[in-house]
Design a protein around this ligand. Structure first.
Ligand code: FAD
Length: 551
């Protein structure tokens, strides 16, 4: 294993290694899919490079609904295999990185006029527990109307029959990607963010390498790969067109939007799942700290993939549905703290509605040899990566006589400490490092075994020990940690993905952006002009997460 520095200097060294380098597998895309492929393949002993055109997880993988779940609603479409596979991955992920996979109780209220009544719901919940092989936090149960009202007093009472209660998990998607990329790098993969594939190198029509543009320095170089993998999610058709102008689309991009509202405004104690009265779609309100995440929509999308935002219609639709189930709360646009939207890289299926499109993965090879992977879910990233690397291993063996040193090991190799070690660590942080309980808990959940490194940085100066914003558990030390150990290259990386401050604060962190940028300037050697550019890039990113709508 290498040292724990994962900084701009690491990035430069990795890019040097990539320049004219020859890799077994070049992975394009640093979302959860690309990250998991790089990790799986490097563990098997292949020589791997991964390039990401923006920041790691800057695509869909930091803007999902943040659930690690089997997908109860897919049972309605009889997708038993998909749900079984996702439930299996849910458990593996919880075992391998418990700090980022937190059990959460979900409540589904049933009303006299609900499309899914008590009987059908109970059957579904039994099936869900059975398909999970009972590997769940607790088995599902049923609550009568009085119990539901005691637990969720703001939920609509008219016609309430009761509620089914089951368990799934929630995560921090951006940090899950980062943990996966960093582990891949620590095991020997060359990885770089802000490195875009802008073309392919070919020999007699077959891809032999990629042309990579380093967006920080503006330089371009060639990187050679025996097999090149397109893991660019919603951009995969775009990348396939870069390879072959006549390539026909394989994606059905579907956009989903979310809102963050203050939890106290809705008053939910547990996650609540409800059907939109307008179109019967499944929606949810999931508590996340002081906020509640409300989502999501599902509409075909053919707009700009680099600037996806929740539309006014989507915001109004989510507010309308929320207010139908929590009528006394009267949530309005003014309550919204932030919004976000992203695009599902689903495989095209003819003749089905957006909501019904399969979440199964699809792996296929273009005539040039470009191997693409689309579909799938955040939850199933490990098994998707396994399927892809199995496939590519075959190709490497047949075409290049390159054999892996070992088989897939990601099912058993943990990404971080187990729950017991985390508990010991939290005591150390509160007792020895004298950190506040909320800060210690946050550091453990965000950084796991590296939390002590953050607390050591915090000891370097009073400024580093300060909270970035009063009332939030984030420390200034995390900004330095992001630059030195998490390859943060921009202010947006820190405010939107290394921390979630942009989403958690009403001003999206504008009031603290200056001091965060100053700290990054020290670590990344930014000039005054660069700081100004960073602040303006941050401002642009903030406009994408503001609430549009007139409800
Ligand atoms: P992305 O995360 O988009 O990554 C692709 C990357 O490729 C991007 O970072 C992009 O910058 C990069 N890239 C593009 N072009 C290039 C290039 N030329 N060179 C280099 N890099 C390039 N799944 C769940 O399990 N649970 C959920 O709760 C859940 N909720 C969801 C909610 C919504 C609204 C959506 C849209 C999806 C949700 N999903 C969920 C699905 C899941 O989020 C996605 O399947 C997954 O994040 C896709 O990851 P990816 O790596 O394939 O794509």
């Amino acid at each position: 294993m290498k040292s724990d520095e994962f900084s701009a200097a690491t990035r430069r060294r990795n890019l040097e290694q990539m320049r004219d380098g020859e890799f077994d597998i070049v992975v394009i895309g640093g979302g959860i899919t690309g990250a998991a492929i790089a990790r799986d393949a490097v563990i098997r002993g292949f020589k791997i490079a991964l390039v990401e055109k923006g920041d790691f997880a800057s695509g869909t993988s930091s803007r999902s609904s943040k659930m690690v779940h089997g997908g109860l609603r897919y049972l309605k479409h009889a997708r038993f295999k998909l749900v079984w596979g996702a439930l299996r991955e849910r458990w593996t992920l919880k075992k391998n990185i418990p700090r980022l996979v937190k059990p959460t109780k979900f409540l589904i209220p049933v009303y006299r006029d609900s499309k899914t009544g008590k009987f059908l719901l109970s059957m579904g919940l039994w099936l869900y527990d059975i398909l999970a092989l009972f590997r769940t936090e607790k088995l599902h149960n049923w609550l009568g109307p009085d119990d539901v009202q005691t637990r969720e007093p703001t939920l609509r009472k008219d016609g309430l029959v009761g509620a089914g209660v089951y368990y799934d998990f929630i995560t921090d998607d951006a940090r899950l990607v980062l943990a996966t990329v960093k582990d891949a790098w620590a095991r020997g993969a060359a990885v770089a963010n802000y490195a875009q594939v802008v073309g392919f190198e070919k020999d007699r029509g077959r891809i032999v390498g990629t042309i990579v543009k380093d967006s920080i320095s503006g330089t371009q170089f060639s990187m050679h790969g025996k097999v090149v993998v397109n893991a660019t999610g919603p951009w995969s058709d775009e990348l396939r067109t870069l390879d072959d102008k006549s390539a026909s689309p394989r994606l059905r991009p579907a956009k989903g939007a979310h809102l963050f509202v203050p939890r106290e405004r809705i008053g939910v104690t547990e996650a609540v799942v409800f059907d939109s009265r307008r179109d019967g779609r499944n929606l949810f309100a999931v508590p996340r700290g002081d906020l509640c995440l409300v989502g999501t929509t599902d509409v075909d999308y053919h707009g700009d993939l680099d600037h996806v935002a929740a539309s006014k219609e989507e915001v109004n639709y989510l507010l309308e549905s929320l207010n139908e189930y929590f009528p006394s709360c009267k949530i309005t646009k003014e309550d919204i703290v932030s919004t976000y939207a992203s695009v599902r890289p689903l495989a095209a299926e003819l003749g089905v509605s957006e909501d019904d499109v399969s979440r199964d993965q699809l792996i296929f090879e273009s005539p040039s040899g470009l191997v693409s992977i689309i579909g799938g879910k955040l939850t199933t990233h490990r098994s998707m990566a396994k399927a892809l690397v199995d496939d590519v291993s075959h190709k490497l063996a047949q075409r290049f006589a390159v054999a892996p040193a070992r088989g897939c090991e990601t099912e058993r190799l943990a990404l971080d400490y187990d729950e017991e070690k985390l508990r010991t660590l939290i005591n150390g942080l509160t007792e020895e490092s004298k950190l506040d309980e909320d800060v210690a808990r946050h550091l453990i959940e965000s950084y796991g075994s590296s939390a002590t490194q953050v607390s050591e940085i915090a000891r370097e100066s009073p400024l580093l020990r300060e909270r970035i914003v009063a009332g939030e558990a984030y420390l200034m030390a995390e900004v330095r940690f992001a630059a030195r150990h998490e390859m943060a290259m921009t202010l947006v990386d820190v405010m939107f993905r290394r921390t979630q401050l942009a989403y958690a604060l009403r001003d999206h962190g504008r009031s603290v952006a200056g001091k965060v940028a100053e700290m990054l300037a020290g670590d990344l050697g930014w000039s005054k002009v660069t700081v100004e550019k960073e602040l303006s890039g941050f401002e642009q990113a903030c406009t994408l997460i503001e609430a549009r709508g007139d409800a």
